[in-house]
Design a protein around this ligand. Structure first.
Ligand code: C5P
Length: 218
């Protein structure tokens, strides 16, 4: 059987993560949350004192970071200097407020490009039949030839409600504004991807919808 790549893109709180986790469990796919990579890089660059308005400094520091990957269960985590940077350090309000600014710097995205593509080889080495990668530019830039590409969106009020239900107070509208308006790899439904409006759908319905497609190959 061939190796399957599933790309899931969408804005903040669009349901990407829950959907990707469910697909990973159902089809035994390696789950790659690329937002956690941008968060990890941002946390590390803030920690070493690189400022958000210093694009050159961000690019140089990002390219010099010793990156590695840890596979725990079905999840891939980024390691810096051999250490997984824990959720408690990458889901802070400081990272929420800065990640979209750092992620707009082309040199930082460039530093992550091969790292993300290489995870297909990592997934194969670990015996996974495929991977599900979620982010903003997976179907457009990282894996434009992915076997399956989906774009999730939901009305802003519904997304804010979902985030609040999780106890989070992240300014998702501001991050989406920055992610959509940046020059490099802006957030958008890639051409040819399947656009799913989940505003009036449950998580289970979204997962069923996508699973129906994947089941033709897995
Ligand atoms: O997915 P999450 O909301 O955790 O992503 C955090 C931020 O990382 C996004 O708001 C975006 O600025 C950036 N990101 C990106 N490209 C990706 C994934 C995330 O620019 N593929």
């Amino acid at each position: 059987a061939s190796f399957i790549i599933v790309a899931i893109d969408g804005g903040a709180a669009s349901g990407k993560s829950s959907t990707s986790r469910a697909l990973s469990a159902r089809f035994n796919l390696l789950h790659v949350d690329t937002g956690s990579f941008y968060r990890t890089m941002t946390a590390e660059l803030l920690r070493v004192g690189v400022s958000a308005d210093d694009a050159d400094g961000i690019g140089q520091a990002a390219a010099a970071l010793p990156l590695d990957t840890a596979i725990e269960g079905r999840r891939a985590s980024m390691c810096i200097n051999g250490r997984i940077v824990p959720d408690a350090e990458i889901r802070t309000s400081e990272v929420n407020a800065n990640v979209s600014i750092f992620a707009a710097v082309p040199e930082l995205r460039r530093a992550l490009l091969d790292y993300q593509r290489n995870l297909a080889a990592v997934a194969r080495e670990h015996g996974f039949p495929g991977l599900v990668m979620e982010g903003r530019d997976i179907g457009s830039v990282i894996f434009p030839d992915a076997d399956f590409r989906f774009f999730l969106h939901a009305d802003p009020a519904e997304r804010a409600r979902r985030r609040a239900a999780e106890g989070q107070t992240d300014s998702i509208a501001e991050r989406d504004r920055l992610d959509t308006s940046r020059k490099t790899a802006p957030l958008a439904c890639p051409e040819g991807a399947t656009d799913i409006d989940s505003t009036f759908m449950t998580l289970e319905e979204v997962v069923e919808r996508i699973s129906g497609d994947l089941a033709t190959r897995l």
